[in-house]
Design a protein around this ligand. Structure first.
Ligand SMILES: *Cc1c(COP(=O)(O)O)cnc(C)c1O
Length: 375
């Protein structure tokens, strides 16, 4: 046997042994999962991930780079991110008496909450379809995940079913995406209050799309001792930074803070986010443009035969295509240079559904042209 083939068979043996041990040791709940899949956009117009399509004006970019010159990469970051937190309190209108906790994206905050309350026999509950990371993180942390289907047709909350599931499963956490990803709608605020009042454990109102929604539960934090409000800078234009913000009572946040890994918000993120928040008006103007373009896009999609486009209070639009045609329509739009997201198969309520992020007016035109052509 040559040295080379011996090395190869050694690799194969190693790989075979590893896969046996993998299934022996990796928890079945994890082994059964598929990793969160992000397709490579290549040169496609990227309307798949709810990103803000706009960059900053050049003078602002120069000013930002100048502030980075003074960042000390040899030192650990401020573990409590004092300066950044103070600015966030102001910009996000955090109510007096409420605390905030920062995460490396709001995903990390969802994970911290889950880790803090996980335990044998405990459940996490969310409507379905909703943000896929609730289910994933519930699996990572050993929870049983309870999903309650939304009403077919308008994706509103099935209140009797939600209240019944809360009473029956006594969930440690209820996640409510407000507006909901992927349906785009805001649920009835009075119904949400009813759920928060009925829930025995925590309720996280996830406001990732707040910049596009015109409503928030932030002022209601003081009304409920089990409410937390989750925000992120990602969808507003800083997806690359990874900064999430959890607002709520200090008694809860102090507990989650114990789980937070030290220095989870790096020097470059703290410096860049502080800078961006000093120029929040730029991000707000971009969000306003996106909201206006969303209404245009929605109106233009609705006149296309065979398309049902759902109302949205976020920066994306969910739409339904004629039965059985979602894969073909998704592929044709991609072949025309535009990457959107297929939701077909993600939930029974999402059959024949695709989701498009609102881009620049030119990007939206390219998408509309591709959709009109294939439909
Ligand atoms: C995108 C999204 C998040 C995650 O945002 P990051 O801060 O980028 O981790 C959280 N919740 C919902 C509903 C989202 O759509």
């Amino acid at each position: 046997m040559s040295a080379k083939s011996a090395a190869n068979s050694g690799q194969e043996l190693g790989a075979g042994m590893a896969s046996g041990r993998v299934s022996q040791w990796i928890r079945p709940q994890i082994h059964a999962l598929s990793a969160y899949h992000v397709p490579d956009p290549g040169n496609l117009i990227k309307l798949d991930a709810m990103e803000n399509p706009y960059t900053w004006p050049q003078p602002l970019v120069d000013e930002w780079l100048e502030t980075l010159r003074h960042a000390s990469l040899n030192r650990y970051p401020d573990p409590q991110a004092h300066v950044l937190k103070a600015r966030l309190r102001e910009v996000l209108d955090i109510p007096q008496g409420m605390d905030i906790l920062l995460g490396n994206g709001s995903d990390e905050l969802i994970q911290m909450i889950a880790m803090a309350v996980a335990g044998p026999g405990r459940t996490v509950l969310s409507p379905e379809p909703s943000f896929s990371m609730y289910r994933m993180i519930a699996a990572f942390t050993g929870f049983e995940y309870i999903s309650v289907p939304l009403n077919a047709g308008d994706f509103s909350l099935d209140m009797p079913a939600m209240l019944d599931a809360i009473a029956r499963h006594q969930p440690a956490v209820v996640f409510l995406s407000y507006p909901n990803n992927p349906s785009g709608n805001l649920w009835n605020a009075d119904e949400l209050c009813e759920l928060i009042a009925a829930a025995p454990g925590l309720v996280v109102v996830d406001e990732a799309y707040n910049a596009f929604a015109d409503d928030t539960f932030m002022p209601r934090l003081a009304d409920f001792d089990n409410l937390l409000v989750l925000r992120t800078l990602s969808k507003m234009g800083l997806a690359g930074l990874r900064l999430g913000v959890l607002a709520g009572a200090k008694a809860w946040l102090d507990e989650f803070d114990k789980i937070r890994l030290p220095y989870n918000i790096g020097v470059l993120t703290q410096t860049s986010a502080e800078f961006a928040l000093r120029h929040y008006d730029v991000l707000e103007a971009q969000a306003a443009q996106i909201r206006a373009d969303r209404e245009q896009l929605l109106a233009r999609m609705r006149v296309l035969n065979g398309i049902t486009a759902y109302p949205s209070r976020a920066n994306f639009i969910l739409f339904r295509v004629p039965a059985g045609r979602a894969p073909e329509i998704f592929a044709a739009i991609k072949a025309d240079g535009v990457l959107i997201k297929s939701m077909h198969g993600a939930s029974p309520l999402l059959n024949d559904c695709l989701r498009v992020t609102v881009g620049t007016p030119q990007e939206n035109e390219a998408f509309l042209a591709a959709l009109a052509k294939v439909i």
